[in-house]
Ligand binder design. Sequence first.
Ligand code: HGY
Ligand code: MN
Ligand code: MN
Length: 412
Amino acid sequence: MSDRNLSINLDRLLSRLQALGQIGALEGGGVCRLALSDEDKQGRDLVIRWMRELGLSVTIDRIGNVVGVRPGREPGPPVMAGSHIDTVRTGGLYDGSLGVLAGLEVIQTLNEAEITTTRPLAVAFFTNEEGSRFAPDMMGSLVFQGGMSVEEALQTVGIDGTTVEENLNRIGYAGEAPCGDPKVHAYVELHVEQGPVLEEEGVVIGAVEGVQGISWTEVLVEGVSNHAGTTPMRLRHDAGYIAGATIAFVRDLALRLGGDQVATVGSIEFTPNLVNVIPEQARFTVDLRNTDEERLQAAESELATFLDNLAKSEGVKISRRSLARFEPVAFDPSMVERVERIARDLGYSVRRMPSGAGHDAQILARVCPTSMIFVPSVGGISHNVTEFTHPEHIEAGANVLLRTLLELADAA
Ligand code: HGY
Ligand code: MN
Ligand code: MN
């Protein structure tokens, strides 16, 4: 069959998404497969089973990245589709999983059509893309690309006090393959937009031009615990107040800077966390993002000044630790143009756009021509158990992925 009439099997892709979504399924909907958890292991086992059933040769590297390769007529670096299968604690069916399972669907479609591409094809999932258990995010692809040593990644301590190494060993995914193999000819990631743009504009495909900058900071405030009833306000060194003031500050900062600036305090914990004790300690995270590196740096330094001033005025100690820092990334323009052209050729509406979320693609872009294909998120919702993308949009995205991979794998 000529590859001109090829299209993916939507029902098969949807049933794989549902099957993977059963692993770590939450009461009432949604998924929790935190990186290197037992649920992540079960998800890995299932996807690897599918890879092997499709005839892919599977390697697992030292940080647990998994790559399945389908030989081409000629040897050499593969054209890779990939993403991640770990999720946040209140994840959905599509974030990450769609890119991996659509890649497998492309493989199965080519197998059935008995089409062999010139270049090899690969489907990958990278370890710990989310970063919410072990920072930074995109950890697996960062080690794959060489931006982080495997030793440093293995020693990373998570929010539960255990290390990446302990968990990789526990779930049996401390692989033997060296990180960074195979070298990649080009990388394409299908992903749900996780934002409101495509749906608001009634557009089906996003040709992603790049990913915005990300700055994650952990703030530790050390004050003085004291009696909530007997301590006059003038004598307090209240770590809880610092946390609350900072949450309000970063929100105002983002609104004041405007543009693409966003700011989130997503996790916070008080010690001793009791109704009648002035918090001795507050530990919280600040997530700042912007498409413009200079503005992101301006936001970071305003936050630092704000905290330094508060430490003085409130008589507390404030320490900051960077958990992740990525500059904005622009994808190879010819790769963006390819997604846009293929979407149009297939009759889908398409628009160029940046990504607000971080993705493995922003790391792979350092070592090979890279692009992303977005499909709409209903209500712009993600990192939420109600995350949903319409089947026809999943089909559109997977067909654009199929064509894009075919073109890259057969192009001169
Ligand atoms: O945080 C992010 O943008 C991604 O989901 N890891
Ligand atoms: Mn994702
Ligand atoms: Mn995510």
